[in-house]
Each structure stands twice: as C-alpha cells, then as structure tokens.
Design a protein around this ligand. Structure first.
Ligand code: BGC
Length: 322
C-alpha cells in the first residue's frame, strides 16, 4: 500500500470512529411541544448508537420563542464550537438567515425542522405542511359552524414562518370556500406565551364574544390562552366552536371535556427523530430529500381513542427523557 492509500485509510478509520456532534436548536424551551421534539432526537441517537454510529446530541435553545438575539447567539456559539451539523427551528424566517448561512459556509450543514427560513440554505426541511394545516383547520371549523356565521382567528407571532403559513392557509380557504362566514377579527397576535395569548383573547371576547360562532388558534400557546379566556367568559363547553393546534396535556383534556372541538395535531416527535437521522445522513454524504412532510391530523373527541391517534398525541417522553 502506498503512502497516499495509507493516509486515506487512516483518515477514513478516524472519521468512522469519530462522534458526530449534532446541535438541535428549538424555537424555545418552555412549551410542551418541544419535549416531543427532544424525545425524538434521543430515539434517533439511540438507534444510531445501536448501529455503531456515535452521535452526541446537544439540545439548546432560547427560553422564549420571540427572543431572536438569543437564538442567533445559540447558533453562533455552536458554530464557534465547530459542531458537525445544526438542526434548528428558526423562530424568525429572516433573522436567522445570516447566522445559518455562516454555518453552511463553514461546512456545518443546517437542517430545519418545524419552521423554515426564507432561504434555500437548509439541506433538508422536516415539518408539517403548515399552509395545508391552516386550510384543513378552516374546513374543520366551517364544518362545525355551517355555511353562515361569525369567526375569529388568533395569530401567533410576527416572523414565525410556520404559524404565518397556517394563518394564511386558514384565511385563504375561509374566503374562497366559505363566503357566508364573516371573519370578525384576523389581525390580533397572541404572542409566544399562554399568558399573553390569554390577555389578547380576553380583549377579543369582550368585544366579539357574544356574537361568535367559531374561533381558531394556530399553535399551542395561543390555543391554551384562548381556552382559558373562553372558560372565564363562560363561552367554553361548545358554545363557540373552537379549533386549536397542537396537543398539550391541557388541550387534550379540554378536547375530551368538550371545551375544544378539534385539534390540528402535528408530529413533533418525528421531526426531532428525522432531524437527527437526516443530519447524520448528510454528514455521511448520503442524499436526503429536500423536504419531508411529517403530516397533520385532525383530532376530535370521536377519534382520540383510536390507537394511532392515541400514540400521536402521547409520544413516549418517559422512555427518552429523564
Ligand atoms: C409550532 C412551533 C411552536 C410551538 C409552541 C407549534 O405549533 O409548530 O413552532 O414553537 O407551537 O409555540
């Protein structure tokens, strides 16, 4: 064997024995939704370990989902530490472009999960088809309200790509397919915390509550905030049809109790799992799809006990998180 071949063999052997360090960066760390993502990353890491691929997953994000600077800083720190790849849910579709582009230029591949950026820089984007999720939510709510009625939509946060797509999809279908439904309010943002969404919802219900037939909230904290406000105002229990997004413990109980009519449920566990699996595939030079749709399911009181739905809304957190 000549010296070049020996050198190449040594390099290959070294990289096979190396550990890949994958940084997983959520939008925020306070909401239950992200626990499922994190559990999915652990599942991927364990499977890879069992197959002889050593992966160190570092899970770190900003506390609040509107803290752009903090998320940018987390990305910059990971670039400084020379992680092998970054898997991220950007909390702002524009603010994260520059730091993520720096990572890619420095040979650190970036994969986006859950929410996207306005740039083709990611090797792979793994998420719900959010626009479609919004459309389905509109059809679900209209199915409950009927062809005529009054509806409002509570937005999430400016700059958050996935929830803005849901909002657009919802409005598109309401306007096109249900002209008899009047949209009484569609411009209010509940923000990134349940408490903020609760206050915004209280204001909306004070103003429109008595005349409403349906409401839509586009993610977990807005659903939780709107739920509280409906209960306070004595408008829960099906008096107003309520379609929410995501499936935290509180929202699931509310669905069973009849305070929420339907939940649009994503698959955050799979997003985390596929994020790590595909990051490793990219690092090993394998080709990965540019887009993976992890699906969205309409969950109601009628179907919640079906085994597949039950598994979706109760991911095995205990098995993967301490
Ligand atoms: C969204 C996430 C968001 C979470 C909690 C989910 O619906 O997909 O992007 O972080 O809600 O706000």
């Amino acid at each position: 064997m000549n010296s070049l071949a020996l050198f190449l063999l040594a390099a290959l052997t070294a990289s096979a024995a190396d550990t890949y360090t994958i940084a997983v960066i959520p939008k925020g760390t306070t909401h239950e939704y992200w626990k499922a993502v994190q559990a999915g990353t652990v599942k991927a890491q364990r499977e890879l370990a069992a197959a002889g691929v050593s992966v160190n997953v570092i899970y770190k994000g900003p506390l609040k989902e509107d803290d752009r600077e903090q998320q940018v800083q987390v990305v910059e720190n990971f670039i400084g530490r020379r992680v092998s790849a970054i898997v991220i849910s950007p909390l702002d579709a524009n603010a994260l472009i520059a730091p993520l582009a720096t990572a890619v230029q420095g040979n650190i591949p970036v994969l986006t999960i859950d929410s996207g950026v306005n740039s083709p820089l990611a090797s792979c984007y793994i998420a719900t088809d959010n626009r479609e999720g919004g459309r389905v939510a509109a059809r679900t709510l209209a199915g409950l309200v009927g062809s005529h009625g009054r509806v409002l939509m509570l937005r999430n946060a400016v700059g958050s790509a996935n929830t803005e797509e849901r909002e657009e999809g919802f409005l598109e279908v309401m306007k096109k397919e249900f002209p008899g439904i009047k949209l009484v309010s569609t411009d209010q943002h509940g923000g990134v915390s349940r408490d903020n969404a609760y206050r915004t919802s209280q204001n909306l219900l004070n103003r429109f509550g008595r005349e409403l037939d349906g409401v839509f909230a586009c993610n977990q904290p807005t659903t939780a905030g709107l739920l509280l406000a409906l209960r306070d105002a004595g408008l829960a229990g099906g008096k107003i049809n309520f379609v929410g997004f995501d499936s935290g413990a509180v929202e699931l109980l509310a669905l069973k109790a009849g305070d929420i009519s339907a939940l649009m449920v994503q698959d955050p566990f799979r997003m985390g799992y596929l994020g790590v699996k595909n990051a490793v595939a990219v690092l090993r030079g394998e080709s990965v799809p540019k887009l993976i749709d992890t699906g969205v399911t309409v969950v109601t009181r009628e179907n919640i006990d079906q085994p597949a739905i039950h598994d979706l809304v109760t991911p095995p957190l205990d098995q993967y998180l301490k």
